[in-house]
Design a protein around this ligand. Structure first.
Ligand code: ATP
Ligand code: MG
Length: 216
């Protein structure tokens, strides 16, 4: 079995092309991210950064090569283990027309109300709890409108509820103003202290977050 308190992530000679596409998106890509390391992934638009993250979560399967977590190929991990090991903050975060609570439970259906308020506090969204409705505050269409920064914080809160040793983030500061961006970077720094982080970014301002930046 796999130790879920740490996560080493390895790409070993990965090649990938989308079905029925003649050209390879990734060709012989290798990278090792040790447990607790924070790596930034940069590269031109369309070069395959999001695709690479989707290979880790097995949304797609590599044509050749291996992706390993703690030396175990991801295709040998069952769905439940994979989900416990990896949390994802996607490039586009969807807010559903439902309560704050339901919007957070997408991260972890088992989370208690206490855990939900704790995580809201952690991502500095406690102010959403300030109404009489508390966790039942409606979000999305017809509900409380959220700013770009608040939406990112919801995405990060969902990932935190996962409580996994590995976090994959896809452009979590994209299209935020400078001040909000700095706040989100600070938040990511705090929450990833004991986690392995692979984060797609195009901003050099994210640099202080990383032990290493890799160009795809
Ligand atoms: P960006 O910085 O704009 O987010 P990216 O590096 O994340 O770009 P990807 O989304 O990984 O790029 O896409 C890589 C390439 O694969 C692009 O040319 C894209 O058009 C193509 N692509 C993405 N998804 C699919 C798909 N489902 N089927 C076919 N081609 C796809
Ligand atoms: Mg992308």
């Amino acid at each position: 079995t796999i130790d879920l308190s740490i996560a080493k992530l390895q790409f070993d000679d990965i090649s990938f092309s989308y079905p029925n596409q003649p050209f390879a998106i990734l060709s012989h890509f290798s990278l090792t991210i040790n447990s607790g390391q924070h790596v930034g992934l940069i590269g031109k638009t369309g070069c395959g950064k999001s695709t690479l993250l989707n290979l880790v979560t097995r949304t797609w399967e590599a044509n050749s090569g291996k992706i390993l977590i703690n030396d175990i190929p991801v295709d040998q991990l069952d769905e439940a283990t994979l989900r416990q090991t990896i949390a994802v903050v996607p490039q586009v975060i969807t807010i559903f027309s439902d309560t704050l609570k339901q919007n957070l439970l997408i991260g972890n259906r088992q989370a208690s109300d206490q855990q939900l308020s704790d995580v809201l506090h952690q991502v500095e969204l406690s102010k959403l709890l300030a109404t009489d409705q508390g966790l039942n505050l409606p979000l999305g269409q017809g509900g409380r409108a959220l700013s770009g920064g608040e939406i990112r914080r919801i995405g990060i809160a969902r990932a935190l509820l996962h409580n996994s040793p590995l976090i994959l983030m896809d452009e979590p500061t994209e299209s935020l103003d400078q001040q909000t961006e700095q706040q989100i970077i600070e938040l990511i720094k705090q929450i990833c202290k004991n986690k392995t982080l692979l984060m797609v970014t195009h901003r050099l301002t994210d640099n202080p977050l990383f032990d290493r930046v890799v160009e795809l």
